[in-house]
Every structure is written in structure tokens, then in C-alpha cells.
Design a protein around this ligand. Structure first.
Ligand SMILES: Cc1ncc(COP(=O)(O)O)c(C=O)c1O
Length: 392
């Protein structure tokens, strides 16, 4: 995929990279078409493998190409593929690269849907999965077997916000000749660029910060042209392609990524510091707080921070549920990364199907709350949080 924005800064890329200026339009128009007229040039593109040839929107579309080009510019990737959801990106990547008899190493505290795919679905296809500790790269190395093909990590794990020491994982993956796949949803390329650190593939649920407005479901995988061309045909076979309109909204949402992220991060830091002093809060997970045990690593891996935080309310899940229902401004809803603040208890939402003992071992204790801090006025957010805690 051609990227004309290699010499520009991050903000310029978020705004300009990938735009298809049809008729001089400053935004890529929505090409709501499932198929395209077959021309000599397109027949030739089809014969050559069809990637980046406008033939049929399950393969690619004008809008998916534009949004993909922008993400590639931001992540520093050669190429990428957009999907109808983050899970479609993850499942196509894993099922596309792995075969019966292969083995991978991942962590139990990855996103709940990813955990389900790994614990329940991959083994049905004869793909072995070992779970190790994302905060301890040597535990991944210890879990490597003769048939291991891939290591899977998240920059910042969901929901306990553990940071992966990416350079340490890169070193292990290279030494054992394994693919290193990372889900960068929670930090975005504004904070962390895993490909520059040596990862092979970066995945996002674009539903979250990249889209940024809680109005689409989408996913993406980016990396080298070679790996992406291998995955292109798997996307065609598995069929998880995105609709052009969702791609348009994603492209539009990404134009303000650089403007939104600093406010998400600063609001989250302020709330994390205040919550850590509140008598009803027993612990706060936010790696950008100097008191957090991961602060040093966070400054190395994601120096710009994140809008995510988590904390434990004294009184267990009952107290946490009351806190959530007392909120007026913050929405009790699953998902994250939108301009509005969202809050949930993973035990009854995003991680409901993860067995309780796995949740507890991962640090999702009774009373655990995950908060995606939006870009509202931080004092309004704090006022709402304080009153909701006071009325438990
Ligand atoms: C880190 C992470 N990866 C992947 C996904 C799955 O994305 P989607 O809901 O777009 O399928 C999620 C969803 O919450 C997530 O939080």
C-alpha cells in the first residue's frame, strides 16, 4: 500500500493520510457499492491476486482502502486489512496463520472474546494454546513448545492494565523464530508503535479509540506486505469484511485521534490520582501514576499514557454495581475509547464468560471496575464519580 505521508508528523498523518480526494473533495466520499465494474485493469489485478483491486467489497472497497492507508501511516506499517469487528481481525489472523498441530502462547487476561477464541475455538481446530503471564516475558518463553508458531500479547491488557514489555517479547520471538502478534487497542499508535519495536503484526478493535465515537464496530491488522498478503486471502475466505459506511466513519474518527488522546490521558490520570485517595477505593490500576508498580515500564512503552483506568471498590461486586447505577454522567456500558466516559464491571459484562478463578488469578477481584475516561470536563466527571461513591 502506497503511503505518501511518510515524512509528515503524526497529526498531519491522522488528518491527511489515505484521503481519496475524488473530484477535489477534502474527505473520501462514501462509496456505498458492493461491487465494481470489471475493466481490463481490474481483470489484470484479479489475475495477480486481487489485493488492492476494486472488484467486490468483501475483498476491498474505496473506503476500506482509505481507512487502511491512514492506519498504516500511523502504525508505520507496509500494509493492512480492515474487518467488520476486532474479533474478525483476531480470528482471521490466528486461523489464517495457524494450522492443525500448531501451538501459541498467550495470556489469560487478554480481552474476554480473545480468551474465548483461544480457550474454546482454537483447540477445536487442533491448535494448542498455553497461557502465561504477560508481565513476565520469561513465562512465555518457558511455555514455548516445539510446535509453537506465535506469541500473542496486548500492549495494555484488558481490563487490569498490565503492560507488556514489548522489546523483551520481541527478543524472545526473534530468538525462537516465532511471530509476535500484539493487540494495540488500548494504547493506539499515538502512545505506542509496536511495529517499530519489532512486533510482526498489530491488531486493533477499531471500535475503540481509532473510531473514537462509539458509533462503529470494526477491526484491523497491519504489518509487513508479505504477512498481510498471506492474510488477505484468508479474509476473503472467512468473509469478515467491513461495510464502506463503517470504514468512512472510521476514517473520519481517526482524523482527530491526536487531538482526543491527550485529553483522554490527562483526564484518566487526574481521576486515577483522586480515586487512589478516596476512602472507598482499595486500589487503582493506572500505569501512568508514579505510584503504580508499572510506572517505569509504562514510561518506556507508552510514554503518552492512556485513557483507561481500573479500580476496586470496597464492598465487592454489590458495592461496585451500586456505584455504577448511581452515576449520572458516565454511562454504564461495555466498550471503550469513545469521546464519552464508559464504565463497567468486567465480572458481569466484558469478562462474564471467563471462569471466575481465571478472572481472580488475572487480578479481576470482586468490586473491580473498568473505566474508559472520555474527553468531557474532568471536574464534571469527578463530581459525578464522587457523588456515586458517596451514595453507595
Ligand atoms: C483489547 C480488545 N481487543 C479486541 C476487542 C474485540 O473488538 P470488537 O468488539 O470490535 O470485536 C476488544 C473489545 O472490547 C478489546 O477490548
Amino acid at each position: 500500500m502506497e503511503n505518501e505521508n511518510t515524512d509528515t508528523g503524526f497529526a498531519t498523518k491522522t488528518i491527511h493520510a489515505g484521503t481519496n480526494q475524488v473530484e477535489g473533495a477534502v474527505n473520501t466520499p462514501i462509496f456505498q457499492s458492493s461491487t465494481y465494474k470489471l475493466t481490463e485493469e481490474r481483470y489484470a489485478g484479479w489475475a495477480a491476486g486481487a489485493q488492492h483491486t476494486l472488484l467486490y467489497a468483501r475483498l476491498s472497497s474505496v473506503n476500506s482502502d482509505s481507512a487502511t492507508e491512514k492506519i498504516c501511516a500511523l502504525e508505520g506499517a507496509e500494509d493492512g486489512l480492515l474487518f467488520a469487528s476486532g474479533m474478525a481481525a483476531i480470528s482471521t489472523t490466528l486461523l489464517g496463520l495457524l494450522s492443525n498441530g500448531d501451538h501459541i502462547v498467550a495470556a489469560p487476561d487478554v480481552y474476554g472474546g480473545t480468551y474465548g477464541l483461544m480457550a474454546e475455538e482454537l483447540p477445536r481446530f487442533g491448535i494448542g494454546v498455553s497461557f502465561a503471564d504477560m508481565t513476565d516475558p520469561s513465562s512465555y518463553e518457558a511455555a514455548i513448545e516445539e510446535n509453537t508458531k506465535l506469541l500473542y500479547i496486548e500492549t495494555l491488557s484488558n481490563p487490569v492494565l498490565k503492560i507488556a514489555d514489548i522489546p523483551a517479547f520481541v527478543e524472545i520471538a526473534k530468538r525462537h523464530d516465532l511471530l509476535l502478534v500484539i493487540d494495540n487497542t488500548f494504547t493506539t499508535p499515538w502512545a505506542t508503535k509496536p511495529l517499530e519495536m519489532g512486533c510482526d503484526l498489530v491488531i486493533h478493535s477499531t471500535t475503540k479509540y481509532l473510531g473514537g465515537h462509539s458509533d462503529i464496530i470494526g477491526g484491523v491488522v497491519v504489518g509487513s506486505a508479505e504477512l498481510i498478503s498471506q492474510l488477505f486471502i484468508k479474509k476473503v475466505h472467512f468473509g469478515g469484511a467491513p461495510d464502506p459506511h463503517a470504514c468512512y466513519l472510521l476514517e473520519r474518527g481517526m482524523k482527530t485521534l491526536h487531538a482526543r488522546m491527550p485529553i483522554h490521558a490527562s483526564n484518566a490520570h487526574t481521576l486515577a490520582c483522586r480515586l487512589s485517595e478516596h476512602p472507598l477505593i482499595s486500589s487503582v490500576n493506572h500505569p501512568m501514576m508514579e505510584s503504580d508498580s508499572q510506572y517505569e515500564l509504562a514510561s518506556k512503552i507508552m510514554p503518552n499514557g492512556t485513557g483507561m483506568l481500573a479500580f476496586t471498590v470496597l464492598g465487592g461486586d454489590d458495592a461496585a454495581s451500586k456505584f455504577l447505577s448511581n452515576l449520572n454522567l458516565l454511562f454504564e456500558a461495555t466498550s471503550l475509547g469513545g469521546v464519552e466516559s464508559l464504565v463497567e464491571c468486567p465480572f458481569n459484562s466484558s469478562h462474564m464468560f471467563v471462569p471466575e478463578e481465571v478472572r481472580i488469578a488475572a487480578g479481576i477481584h470482586p468490586g473491580f471496575v473498568r473505566m474508559s475516561v472520555g474527553i468531557e470536563d474532568v471536574e464534571d466527571l469527578w463530581k459525578d464519580i464522587e457523588q456515586a461513591l458517596d451514595s453507595i
